[in-house]
Design a protein around this ligand. Sequence first.
Ligand code: ADP
Ligand code: MG
Length: 258
Amino acid sequence: MTGAAGDYLVRIEQVHKSFGHTPVLNGVDLTVRPGEVTVVLGPSGSGKSTLLRCVNHLEKINAGRIWVDGELIGYRERRGKLYELREREVAAQRRAIGMVFQQFNLFPHMTVLENVMEAPVRLRQGSKSAIRDRAMALLDRVGLADKVDSYPAHISGGQQQRVAIARALAMRPKLMLFDEPTSALDPELVGEVLDVMKGLAQDGMTMIVVTHEIGFAREVGDALIFMDEGRIVEAGPPREVLANPQHERTKSFLAKVL
Ligand code: ADP
Ligand code: MG
């Protein structure tokens, strides 16, 4: 383990990312301590999704470093030079990082229970009965014990997103990334998903959450960052940032969403 991670579960240092000639992340620094919830706000196109995707190396960064639990993501560093990890090594790092997207991306031909069991079974992470027991417990935790045999098409969007959360938890992640997990939901279904996320936070999960749900940010977030044009323009305790934003961009954004 590199000492660079210090007390942080996530450490993002001077990350730059461009698509072609278009810069999307312009020197992002961010740290998250174990058990902390960091909420990311910012207008569309400000680089929030790209930042999350860089953390689990779904996007390759052009400069900077990202560590998760002391491991440099995507690279091995030797004598100051970076060497790309092999696909298998990247896959192993990614397994420690759960990700939940706006779209639930469940396997439509599998039941709720099979969706949650799929990755642990594929990766032979235990006996099938042990994996099943654990999947049942996770589904119970997200309030879906009575839906284990349903197919995704037959449950609501909020229930599907809770399955997606249980599926990510089945890999025992050290970190959970949420990219606008409630943005595709009908308003009346948002609360049940936020409640599950709040429960996870209370159980000590380290989370980075991109969301426009200001109430969640205020109530559950330990830190709030505001992104604009690929930079973190404001960061601090959620109540402070929300009550007293310093930057024009933060003020005008909050005026629209509050
Ligand atoms: P946000 O999640 O804050 O809305 P994104 O990270 O999705 O922002 O996008 C930031 C910018 O990067 C946008 O201008 C977007 O068009 C661009 N972008 C994102 N992904 C790609 C990609 N795969 N190829 C080219 N441009 C991209
Ligand atoms: Mg996005």
